[in-house]
Design a protein. Structure first.
Length: 151
């Protein structure tokens, strides 16, 4: 499953870049996110999120570990997530590119997810609809968080 899109954010590219890597900003931006904290693993530091989505059939809580892939300040962040539950597992990679825009920053994203288990049996149109609603809420919350951070 692939999801792409873009969002204009009224903040500098550096502010947006730093916010994408800030656990408190992410916790306040991700719908249903209860906790966000860094944990150390032998393979490196990861961000541990606990999320309880308000999506029928996908109730949580889910523990999600995010690790960074390619990071090019202040232009690109690649995040890799591997949440799993009794519903199955997901391996998702999201590439986020940031470019200057007249009103701030244009954030473009390309996410690709492989679904396994019961969750993979859910019709893609239903999952994409739920993801679209969550993304809309995320960006509304994210812009509010980013605009409150001093440059």
């Amino acid at each position: 499953m692939e999801i792409t899109g873009s969002q204009k954010i009224k903040a500098s590219r550096l502010q947006v870049f730093n916010a994408l890597l800030n656990p408190e900003v992410l916790k306040s931006s991700i719908p249903g996110c209860d906790t966000a904290e860094f944990v150390d693993f032998p393979t490196g530091r990861q961000l541990k999120l606990t999320v309880s989505p308000n999506v029928p059939g996908l109730k949580g809580p889910y523990t999600i570990f995010l690790q960074t892939g390619e990071v090019i300040p202040p232009s690109r962040v690649v995040l890799i997530a591997e949440p799993s539950s009794s519903m199955g597992s997901v391996r998702a990679t999201c590439t986020t590119d940031l470019t200057d825009d007249a009103d701030g920053t244009l954030l473009s994203y390309n996410a690709n997810a492989q679904l396994e288990g019961k969750i993979a049996a859910t019709p893609e149109i239903m999952i994409k609809g739920a993801v679209k609603m969550a993304l809309d809420q995320f960006f509304k919350n994210f812009e509010k968080q980013v605009s409150s951070i001093r440059a």
